[in-house]
Design a protein. Structure first.
Length: 132
């Protein structure tokens, strides 16, 4: 709970890199946005002898480096599963779903021009204006 992880960044990076306007960069000074994914809560509770529930809450902080302000997108979901199911697979799939939902909101906050992402523990996203 309340964790930052390179794994979280990898999940988010794989989602964002599917967008044709996202490019990986290696220089943080090119970034206009820094994205920090966090798992705020991951909890499993038994319901009965056959069923459990998993509740997960994620947040993605997006700092606008030019404006020096931060926006946060939260997503939360609870699912029920059979006790015989693989909890790690369920958690991974749920994490991916929540980050996918969050990433859509994050992309709306950025300009729709050439976005670049810095690969590191925190992802940095930059937008550049297209001059016509």
């Amino acid at each position: 709970n309340n964790t930052l992880s390179a794994t979280h960044s990898k999940v988010l990076k794989s989602i964002l890199s599917q967008n044709e306007n996202i490019h990986i960069v290696t220089n943080e000074s090119e970034a206009n946005f820094i994205i920090t994914p966090k798992v705020l809560k991951a909890k499993i509770e038994p319901i009965n002898s056959e069923t459990s529930k998993m509740h997960m809450v994620v947040a993605i902080d997006m700092m606008d480096c030019n404006q020096n302000n931060t926006s946060t997108e939260h997503q939360s979901k609870m699912i029920m599963f059979n006790n015989g199911d693989d909890e790690q697979v369920i958690a991974k799939d749920l994490l991916k779903q929540l980050f996918e939902q969050s990433s859509l909101s994050i992309l709306k906050l950025t300009d729709k021009s050439n976005n670049q992402v810095l690969e590191k523990h925190d992802l940095s996203l930059t937008t550049q204006s297209i001059n016509n």
